[in-house]
Design a protein around this ligand. Structure first.
Ligand code: SF4
Length: 387
């Protein structure tokens, strides 16, 4: 079974996904006041809307009292400083007061459920698990509400939460679809007292469902490769998020320095010295190449001006060889010209990088290309400054 957070973990880093969901390595969970705040907000709004759903709208004071008890019990055995706890409590009071006043007397909609887990099928028949903070109905419209306590708003480019609510709409329609004409997604950013309505049009549903179905297919393909013995099927994807990764000590990109090193013939320090020497040499080679490119420019200009084909140093000589090269400006036009001349198949060459991409993504099964394509490993070393 898949979930939105599983897919997000995979997109962030396939190797982190493997550690968490295939190897089931559970990192120690760090409690933070942000998490406690999120938990308390969700629990208190759940309390509020459970009451609303049975026509017992509690007063704001009752809701705040409920929160204080929940928040206090969540911070009871932590070591956070009192003034920090106060800041988070105050944030909550503001969130809940704004939310309550905006929605009071809670009459224009009916609450169908709160904190609802549900399963649904993707078109590729894989099961996906969804979770909705609150589900309402207003006439023939189904409303999905998701509360966010983030202190920053996602940019227009960051569509993650929109996609989540669209995907859940697809799932919830499998459960209630026959009874409603329309679904509306609402992302409520409590910190900003702002509600973003998400477009859940058939077009948006189609695009998002296709995207997530394709990702699940890709994960399934990698799982198959892994089961067949490909240890590298889930590759590490380095990004700024590595700083917060709980698997850094075992990740092959960081384990040499952070993790335990066993069975090395050379010690960690000796390898470190070789790394430094290798990168310093690579930098020198790069510098020399740049310098040589400048020398080449001077020599070519000089030879061309004087119509020389060979230049002499005291120890070495250089022969100048010129050949014609051609850059394609309009590929489609060129194709049609070559086609007319019956030369297209002669000019077309299979792009091996594209073929490799098709194999890696599972679009083509390597078994089908047995005896046609040979698999090998290419090792590249890329040097850089240490963080
Ligand atoms: S440290 Fe970075 S690359 Fe390694 S598993 Fe974690 S997220 Fe992936």
């Amino acid at each position: 079974m898949y979930s939105f957070s599983q897919v997000q973990t995979y997109l962030k880093c396939p190797l982190q996904y493997k550690y968490k969901y295939i190897d089931e390595i559970i990192p120690p969970r760090e409690e933070s006041l942000e998490l406690i705040l999120g938990k308390s907000v969700h629990q208190t709004l759940e309390f509020l809307y459970q009451q609303v759903s049975i026509f017992q709208v509690p007063g704001l004071d009752t809701v705040v009292k409920e929160f204080d008890q929940k928040f206090n019990s969540l911070v009871a055995n932590t070591s956070f400083e009192d003034d920090k706890i106060w800041i988070f409590k105050n944030r909550w009071r503001i969130y809940i007061t704004n939310h309550y006043q905006r929605n009071h007397p809670f009459e224009w909609f009916k609450v169908l459920s709160t904190e609802e887990f549900f399963n649904f099928k993707l078109p590729n028949a894989h099961t996906f698990r969804g979770y909705i903070d609150r589900l309402d109905k207003n006439g023939n419209t189904l409303i999905i509400n998701d509360y966010k306590t983030n202190k920053s708003l996602p940019t227009d480019e960051d569509q993650m939460y929109d996609e989540q609510i669209i995907l859940y709409s697809y799932g919830i329609l499998q459960k209630y679809g026959e009874q409603f004409d329309k679904v509306v997604g609402k992302l409520e950013y409590l910190h900003f007292d702002y509600i973003k309505e998400v477009d859940v049009s058939p077009n948006a549903l189609e695009q998002v469902v296709k995207k997530y179905t394709d990702i699940v297919d890709e994960i399934e393909h990698k799982k198959t490769l892994f089961r067949q013995g490909d240890e590298n099927a889930f590759e590490p994807k380095e990004s700024s998020l590595c700083r917060f990764c709980p698997y850094k000590e075992i990740c092959p990109l960081f384990a040499h320095w952070m993790g335990k090193v066993s069975g090395e013939e050379l010690g960690k320090e000796s390898i470190a010295a070789i790394v430094d020497e290798y990168v310093a040499n690579a930098n020198k080679i790069k510098e020399l190449k740049n310098h040589n490119d400048q020398l080449k420019k001077i020599l070519v200009e000089y030879a061309s001006k004087n119509k020389f084909l060979r230049l002499f140093g005291k120890q070495y000589q250089i022969k100048i060889h010129t050949r014609k090269d051609f850059k394609i400006v309009d590929k489609d036009w060129l194709k049609s010209v070559l086609e007319k001349l019956d030369l297209l198949s002669e000019a077309l060459e299979i792009d091996r990088y594209k073929v490799a991409k098709m194999i890696k993504s599972g679009k083509v099964d390597l078994k089908l290309l047995k005896d046609i394509v040979e698999e090998s490993e290419v090792v590249t070393l890329r040097g850089g400054e240490r963080e």
